[in-house]
Design a binder for this molecule. Structure first.
Ligand code: HEC
Ligand code: HEC
Length: 360
């Protein structure tokens, strides 16, 4: 009764939702790539399921389990009675869950795309969204994910309850697609499935969505600094450490650093000629954190009053790196906290993408 499409959809959705929830809630930010792959697969699965709900076999069709609200109420009231009519396909409560998931999952995907675009500056919306607009959507994305967890809990309780009530193995039925026929009232003859048409529509949908996403994602992201630093700056300020991208600190920090290069961070003499100080100062102030919209630029512009010139003293920096043991920073491969490039492969560009993090 459950065709191969419904069953594959169901179990692939279980796997991809499990991966999304695990990578989203429990695993570090650096797993974003897997989170995105799982999200993209869920989107494709939903596209298939919606088409199959219109063109699939009898029990796959939405029309076969679109019960009126009265039927849901009657079903709930009848649950306590043993002789309650049997539903071969989704029962009214199960159907409610299917439609609920078909609303909540796309909402989670959209909220996730907004965060990816405006906060991480990646994906199809990166060219359009500002950090400030996208940031609250992280909370929406997470709240909807919690709602999804609650719905999954309800679904599992329903399956356990129904298995116990009907003494049928519903989980096994979703694996094999078979259920004992029993005393099911014969329904109207269902329209035949249209697998070829459905396959063609899904293929066209996926191809055009893929092309649109790739095209939009190729547009330059909004508020992201150019990847190449000013040559004079790169030579002078990159001699002893990474030439820190100017977007990592506010203009006041850069002015403060240039004011006393003779005693640079407690001792090193990093003096430059007045001409170079003027040139580099103009570059740093014109490209400081206030001018950019990336996550590091938004967060690192708030300095620590106790040590206003240090990027690594900011609250945000400390919070992001508190899970890393001191021994890692002191290790030969890293050396110090300020050696961003030891762990962030894209440090020189100022982007600090989660996918580019690799702690030695
Ligand atoms: C002669 C070597 C040298 C040169 C040249 C140099 N620095 Fe530094 N810089 C250091 C040292 C040493 C530290 C302190 C490292 C530490 O305490 O972890 C430092 C620290 C910093 C930090 C703080 C990093 C953190 O931990 O948050 C910034 C920002 C910085 N330098 C900017 C600059 C700029 C801008 C220039 C160019 C005008 C420059 N540096 C040139 C040696 C140098
Ligand atoms: C020893 C390795 C290491 C060093 C050195 C390091 N980071 Fe990180 N950084 C990490 C890790 C790991 C994370 C992810 C933390 C998490 O999500 O749990 C991270 C997260 C971040 C984030 C936020 C997440 C993101 O990808 O946007 C920013 C911004 C960041 N680091 C900036 C810096 C800057 C700036 C420096 C240098 C001043 C630096 N880091 C030095 C390991 C490092």
């Amino acid at each position: 009764m459950w065709d191969i499409g419904v069953r594959l959809f169901h179990w692939l959705l279980v796997a991809t939702v499990a991966i999304s929830l695990a990578t989203g809630f429990f695993w570090p930010w650096t797993w974003l790539r897997l989170h995105l792959i799982a999200g993209g697969t869920i989107a494709a699965l939903l596209g298939f399921r919606i088409v199959w709900g219109l063109l699939g076999t009898e029990h796959a069709r939405f029309a076969s389990f679109a019960y009126p609200p009265r039927a849901v109420l009657l079903h709930v009231r009848g649950l306590a009675r043993p002789g309650e009519a049997r539903h071969l396909g989704h029962n009214p409560l199960g159907a409610l869950m299917v439609f609920g998931m078909l609303l909540v999952l796309p909402a989670i995907l959209v909220a996730g795309l907004v965060v990816l675009g405006g906060v991480v500056k990646q994906g199809p919306l990166a060219a359009f969204l500002r950090f400030r607009v996208a940031w609250p959507w992280l909370g929406i994305h997470q709240a909807l994910a919690v709602l999804l967890l609650v719905m999954i809990g309800g679904h599992l309780l329903g399956v356990i309850g129904e298995t116990w009530r009907s003494r049928e193995n519903l989980v096994w039925a979703m694996v094999t697609g078979r259920k004992p026929a029993g005393n099911v009232p014969a329904g109207a003859v269902a329209p035949a499935a249209r697998p070829l048409l459905a396959g063609a529509i899904v293929a066209i949908l996926l191809a055009s969505a893929g092309a649109a996403i790739a095209g939009l994602a190729a547009l330059p992201a909004r508020g992201v600094p150019p990847a190449q630093p000013d040559p004079a700056y790169a030579v002078q300020c990159g001699a002893c450490h990474l030439a820190y991208p100017p977007s990592l600190a506010p203009a006041a920090t850069w002015s403060g650093i240039l004011r006393d290069l003779k005693h640079h961070f407690g001792g090193t003499d990093a003096s430059l000629t007045p001409d170079l100080v003027a040139e580099i100062g103009a570059y740093l102030r014109a490209n400081s954190a206030e001018h950019w919209d990336t996550l590091p630029a938004r967060m690192l512009r708030i300095t620590n009053p106790a040590e206003p010139l240090r990027i690594t003293a900011t609250r945000f920096w400390r919070r992001m790196h508190r899970g890393i043991p001191d021994a890692v920073f002191a290790s030969q491969q890293v050396g110090r906290r300020g050696a961003c490039e030891a762990c962030h492969r894209d440090a020189a560009s100022g982007r600090f993408a989660p996918q580019a993090i690799e702690v030695p």
